[in-house]
Design a protein. Structure first.
Length: 392
């Protein structure tokens, strides 16, 4: 299972009212008015609101500390049964059975599914009996995965796996496909000594997803991305490229930061900033909220919009502004400013950027951003934008 502290501990987190503020496709004048409202609201924030914001930060810190504590317990329980611990990341989804005796790892970047099961190394059981036990566990695991749904109740791997005849595996045909896997793909096996000192046999099988699995997932979220890109006046191709780089369109993505969902939103920073931008309200957003694809796409596009139209509003060339926006999505506006001026103020940064051609801005970022991760991130996103130009 992807780690969710609510599985282990149902804490009552303060629930704030969600303002019903639905925006539809903006004309430019309407968007400019909306943007100015946001700027005015932020400039006029009272001391009372600042105190409230501090309280939300404290609430998040307490929630995050508890999540970490529960995760450590969860990890220890798994390490007792396995020779290594695996957890979900931005590109790989890991799911354990309730008894931790089997797990699935789905690599959304490379399109590979790895099913692993544990069988006790009982001297009283022959190899054939152990093999049959393993095959039964693998069959259940494969069927469970192909029926599994994301937070929006859509199948996680819909249309991304084919059977031996080349037909896409559906929820209805998942059980038959699971039997096919066991019958036609040999299981590899390995003896392990787990954290509890017990000897077990680990059986595993790898399944390849269809070659265009990334495109299939991207199209699943196309309508929502186009809607939110128009709403926040951003280039949808940039939003698609950011999402591919962040999660490879895995709605269950989770990284250690922690960041959640399709656009890898961090509750305390990007997600919080985006929510305030839209709803003018500070709020602790839990993982379950951010795993929901519609929520995640809304906030991710809003954050891209705020970076482009608030933080970098004074950059005149749109392409240059997007290079800065993409970089800031990964590392924050302050680190982007350092690449041009050595400081974190955005006014001087805009002036410096406006004095350069877009390709010079791009090269400057690749040379002078503080972190290699962000340099690589900018290059990856930029290389993928072209793939989605025709999707507008």
């Amino acid at each position: 299972m992807i780690f969710d502290g609510s599985v282990f501990c149902r804490r009552s987190i303060t629930t704030l009212l969600l303002f019903s503020f639905v925006l539809h496709g903006y004309a430019q004048d309407d968007f400019d008015s909306f943007r100015q409202e946001q700027l005015d609201a932020m400039q006029n924030m009272s001391e009372e609101n600042t105190s409230y914001s501090d309280a939300v930060s404290q609430e998040f810190d307490a929630y995050y500390d508890e999540q970490n504590r529960l995760f450590e317990l969860y990890q220890a329980e798994i390490e007792d049964k396995w020779d290594e611990f695996k957890a979900s990341s931005s590109h790989i989804y890991v799911d354990y059975d309730e008894d931790f005796k089997s797990r699935t790892s789905v690599d959304f970047e490379n399109g590979e599914i790895n099913i692993e099961v544990l069988v006790d190394d009982d001297p009283g059981k022959g190899s054939q009996q152990k093999q049959q036990t393993a095959e039964s566990l693998v069959e259940k695991r494969v069927a469970r995965l192909l029926k599994q749904k994301a937070e929006d109740r859509q199948q996680l791997l819909k249309d991304q796996v084919r059977n031996r005849s080349g037909t896409k595996v559906t929820q209805k045909s998942s059980q038959q496909y699971a039997k096919e896997v066991v019958e036609h793909i040999p299981l590899s096996k390995e003896k392990i000594v787990a954290g509890d000192g017990q000897s077990r046999v680990k059986y595993s099988v790898k399944i390849k997803m269809i070659p265009n699995h990334i495109e299939i997932r991207a199209k699943r979220f196309k309508a929502d991305i186009l809607k939110q890109a128009e709403r926040f006046n951003i280039d949808p191709a940039v939003a698609f490229a950011v999402m591919q780089t962040e999660s490879y369109f895995n709605p269950n993505a989770r990284s250690h930061v922690p960041a959640y969902g399709l656009m890898q939103l961090v509750p305390k920073s990007g997600a919080r900033d985006a929510y305030r931008y839209i709803y003018k309200q500070d709020k602790l957003l839990k993982d379950t909220y951010l795993y929901n694809p519609k929520n995640n796409i809304e906030l991710g596009c809003a954050y891209l919009g705020k970076l482009r139209h608030v933080y970098f509003k004074d950059i005149q060339n749109n392409q240059a502004a997007y290079y800065c926006t993409i970089s800031a999505y990964n590392t924050g506006p302050g680190n982007v400013a350092k690449a041009f001026t050595g400081g974190t103020k955005l006014g001087p940064t805009a002036k410096a950027v406006n004095s350069l051609a877009p390709d010079q801005v791009y090269r400057n970022l690749l040379n002078n951003l503080p972190y290699k991760e962000t340099k690589d991130y900018l290059a990856k996103v930029n290389s993928r934008v072209e793939n989605y130009q025709a999707w507008k």
